[in-house]
Design a binder for this molecule. Structure first.
Ligand code: ADP
Length: 377
């Protein structure tokens, strides 16, 4: 597997079994509002996930992600808004009739039941050999055939999670919901499980929504990101759309890294603008800023768009080196501008080059096409 590819691109559709039924239905939520005893938790949330798609709801703790999952699964009825699965309006439909499978963060397996019994629990309509055959099929799907008679506590976290997935898939849901599914796993196992999970998702074609606060995980797994903040959707779109064209400062700093520099618009014309940074330095953009002269703004710049110069260069701003850490093919620098604004810069690492010690001054310029401006809050 090519480690540089997002996971979702590392599995070709050809690996999906052509014989498998395409289970997924499209999901649409529109104008969802929910308050717990008067305190708003989600406020006018709308998004769509196409049949067979994988979407990640991403955002900081308390932003309303789990509430949205509960509303989609039917555990919570929203104060307002509509949930549609395929052509069905399921807003007021009981959870068990929706054909939605759910995998909880702690897997919620029955501790006293074997793996076979846990998975069979979701197959209430089947009995005897028919049920046994169906459980066998599900265990094969998650590659746990040999573990059917074990108890959950006799298995690793990753294996327990696969049992939880098999149990959620048993009633043949058209939509699978996962709440922080990989959070309890260590880093190496998490990557394996993400890959396994995507294989399964591709094989079944089941529409999937996962909730996570981990933006790297969301970008690796999902083909659509829904970024939430304080109960609202900040932006929804493909991972590269959100990374390359974030509409808000929140998205810019939450999806990927970005440093934030305060500035004011010193000059503005149709074709150019000048920004005066909080350090007193000026930078000239070969485009309109979109703000009136005198407006306070913030500039967001990603580490890979900061260029380092060892010597003073035209238009370059001095910065103090605080720390530099190697990260794969890159070296990540923590810098401080003259007024104390922190700045991160990523630089390609020449192989064999030694890491420069902290301290000393470096000079920075920005790739201006990639500097994004937002109104100052
Ligand atoms: P997230 O999953 O993003 O951490 P939640 O959906 O769990 O966010 O929570 C959104 C908001 O609703 C938070 O302010 C949280 O405290 C509140 N909340 C969540 N569940 C309940 C509940 N059962 N009763 C009261 N408030 C709740």
């Amino acid at each position: 597997m090519d480690a540089t590819l997002p996971l979702r691109d590392a599995i070709s559709p050809a690996e999906a079994s052509p014989a498998s039924a395409r289970l997924g239905e499209a999901l649409s939520v529109a104008g969802i509002v929910h308050a717990y005893s008067g305190a708003p938790a989600v406020d006018d949330v709308s998004f769509d996930v196409p049949a067979g798609g994988v979407a990640a709801i991403l955002g900081p703790s308390g932003c309303g992600k789990s509430t949205m999952l509960r509303i989609i699964s039917g555990l919570v009825t929203p104060t307002a808004g509509v949930v549609r699965l395929g052509a069905r309006d399921v807003t007021r439909m009981p959870a068990r009739e929706r054909r939605v499978g759910m995998v909880f963060q702690n897997y919620a397996l029955f501790p006293h039941m074997t793996v076979r019994e846990n998975v069979g629990y979701g197959l209430s309509g089947l009995k005897g050999p028919e049920k046994r055959a169906e459980v066998d099929k599900l265990l094969a799907l998650v590659r746990l055939e040999k573990f059917a008679d074990r108890l959950p506590r006799q298995m690793s976290g990753g294996q327990q999670q696969r049992v939880a997935v098999a149990r959620a898939l048993a009633p043949r849901p058209t939509l699978l919901l996962l709440d922080e599914p990989f959070a309890a796993l260590d880093r190496a196992l998490r990557a394996d499980m993400q890959f396994e999970f995507l294989r399964l998702q591709r094989e079944l074609g089941i529409t999937t929504i996962l909730v996570t606060h981990d933006q790297e995980e969301a970008q690796a797994v999902a083909d659509r990101l829904i970024v939430m903040n304080a109960g609202k959707v900040e932006q929804a779109g493909s991972p590269s759309e959100l990374y390359d064209r974030p509409r808000t400062l929140f998205v810019n700093t939450f999806v990927g890294q970005a440093s934030v520099i305060k500035a004011s618009v010193a000059a503005e014309s149709e074709t150019a603008s000048t920004l005066r940074l909080s350090t007193g330095d000026e930078i000239h953009l070969p485009r309109r800023s979109g703000f009136m002269r005198g407006t306070n703004v913030v500039i967001a710049v990603r580490p890979e768009h900061v260029v380092l110069h060892e010597k003073p260069a035209p238009g370059a701003i001095p910065a103090r080196r605080m720390m530099a850490v190697p990260q794969g093919p890159l070296r990540l620098h923590d810098l401080l501008l003259a007024d104390g604004t922190p700045l991160k810069a990523a630089e390609r690492r020449a192989s064999g080059a030694s890491d420069a010690p902290p301290g000393g001054t470096v000079h920075v310029t920005f790739e201006l096409d990639h500097c994004r401006l937002y109104p100052s809050s």
